[in-house]
Design a protein around this ligand. Structure first.
Ligand SMILES: *Cc1c(COP(=O)(O)O)cnc(C)c1O
Length: 495
């Protein structure tokens, strides 16, 4: 059904700000300026600024209407595998807004920000404790930035021995940021195959290690991996890597599946980033900046970038610059990282406690297996057996239906669900990677499962239109995402 206005019920069609704004309108009244002495020496602007003008209620409505077109974790389950979109507890937000923590500046004297430095110290202690690793760099600002920090430290450690080496080994199932990071650090990437159980092919890996020996700088391995499976040979892999003097980088984006259960340090890992916006529930994507602290082993601890937290009795400060005796590779970011995220993550950690965090991992794994069990007869799990925190399916159940993974995902939008991760990992065909996280209730999971079962049935029964034309009910239909990525139009121009 189409409407006269283009609105759908109370879901209101909203043009761009530039299309509805008008310089004659304004939300504020600025007094005319009397004669004044111009100090700009003829450099002042002569034309209008060109900002769009709206009245105050129009401004409120514009942004509120746009926000309703967005999907958010506060509106429904966001089952993005690998991304870990979990509820952001309001307690975290309340803590981050305490004026003594929020109204400060990174250049304030240390004596005036002892509380904030205390938060950083406490968070650092939790992260090193939970991972069983002695050192941490808090400053990286995302998982990918953490990978860069970790590999730069590995490179610095190898350079310290006089040989930075050439290659980084990365399994086929890895997140794209892993090879990108290795390349950015000047390494060539050697891909290692995944076996039919969804894990690193140990024999192929050991063969590679034998052949390439001391040209290998590091392995970058995700555990649990992006197939949602625990790498069961991880200790053997760590030993083999250390035997040739190389380092073990672990992509810890999926730490939420094992937090409180296993300490990565005990597995032989040398460096691992922790996405606070995944494991520790700080806002994600458009909701807030990421934060990706990296924990380090004893061997890499001397190469951790500044700033360092320094405790002199009760007094805390940051060592900001290298003094010639340090082996650190330098500094990764301006200032000390995402303070607001440290507070939120610490708030989450402390409200759960150690036993509560263990339960986070257990419930995340339980929820994913609940989904796997209740969908495995109508969809096709890629690997046998239980999963960790995310359930991986491929598109075999859609074979011969004329429906593809993308169509299936678009049809989920009509049912009020944000689609899961699609076509990743690349090691299975038409991947459907679902991560419910521990924060979803059984009621939500049951509703999600019922909807997916109904969609799988409709696809099998030949209701192809429901899929290939989906989403039928969203304000925007199929967008040409490839064209948008290749030829982005980032500036509005009057046509
Ligand atoms: C999310 C993720 C990353 C990257 O983290 P960002 O914070 O998005 O930069 C890396 N590896 C894996 C497995 C991830 O899931």
């Amino acid at each position: 059904m189409s409407t006269y206005t283009g609105n759908r019920g109370l879901d209101i069609n909203e043009p761009l700000l530039f299309e509805i704004g008008n310089l004659e309108r304004t939300g504020v009244e600025i007094p005319e300026i009397e004669d004044f002495e111009n100090a700009l020496g003829g450099l002042e602007r002569s034309g209008p600024i060109g900002t769009p003008g709206l009245s105050e209620p129009e401004t409120m409505r514009h942004f509120t209407r746009l926000s309703r077109k967005n999907f958010a974790i506060d509106m429904g389950i966001f089952p993005l595998g690998s991304c870990t979109m979990k509820h952001n507890p309001r307690l975290n937000e309340k803590m981050a807004r305490i004026p003594g923590l929020s109204d400060i500046h990174p250049l304030q004297p240390f004596s005036t920000v002892q509380g904030s430095l205390g938060v950083m110290k406490e968070l650092a202690d939790w992260l090193t404790g939970l991972t069983g690793m002695p050192a941490v760099a808090l400053s990286p600002k995302a998982g990918a930035n953490g990978e860069l920090c970790g590999l730069m430290a590995i490179r610095a450690a190898l350079e310290d021995t006089g040989n930075a080496r050439e290659f980084v080994l990365i399994p086929e199932s890895a997140h794209g940021t892993n090879p990108a990071t290795a390349a950015l650090c000047g390494y060539k990437v050697k891909s290692i195959p995944v076996n039919d159980k969804g894990r690193v092919d140990l024999d192929a890996f050991l063969r590679e290690l034998d052949e390439m020996g001391e040209t290998i700088a590091a392995i970058m391995l995700t555990n649990p991996n992006t197939c949602g499976l625990f790498e069961s040979d991880i200790i053997k892999i760590a030993d083999a890597v250390h035997n040739i003097g190389a380092y073990f980088y672990c992509d810890g984006a999926n730490f939420n599946a094992i937090v409180g259960k296993i300490r990565p340090g005990d597995l032989g890992i040398d460096a691992m980033h922790i996405n606070l916006h995944k494991t520790f529930s700080t806002p994600h994507g458009g909701g807030g900046p990421g934060s990706g602290p990296v924990v380090f082993s004893e061997a890499l601890a001397p190469f951790v970038p500044v700033p360092y937290l320094v405790a002199d009795g009760e007094k805390l400060s940051l060592k900001e610059a290298l003094d010639g005796t340090d082996k650190a590779f330098g500094r990764l970011t301006a200032f000390h990282g995402q303070m607001g995220m440290y507070i939120r993550a610490l708030s989450y950690i402390m409200s759960h406690g150690e036993d509560g965090l263990r339960q986070v991992a257990e419930d995340a794994v339980l929820n994913a297996n609940y989904i796997l069990e209740h969908l495995k007869d109508v969809m096709t799990p890629s690997f046998d057996g239980p999963c960790m925190h995310e359930a991986l399916f491929d598109d075999r159940f859609l074979k011969g239906t004329g429906v593809e993974t993308l169509d299936f995902a678009k049809a989920m939008i009509d049912e009020g669900f944000h689609p899961m991760t699609m076509y990743f990992p690349l090691v299975v065909h038409g991947a459907i990677l679902i991560e419910p996280t521990e924060t979803e209730s059984k009621r939500t999971l049951d509703q999600f499962i019922a909807a997916l079962r109904d969609l799988a049935k409709a696809a099998r029964e030949g209701d192809v239109e429901r899929f290939t034309k989906a989403p039928h009910l969203a304000p925007m239909k199929r967008l040409d995402e490839t064209a948008a990525a290749r030829n982005p139009v980032l500036r509005w121009r009057e046509s």
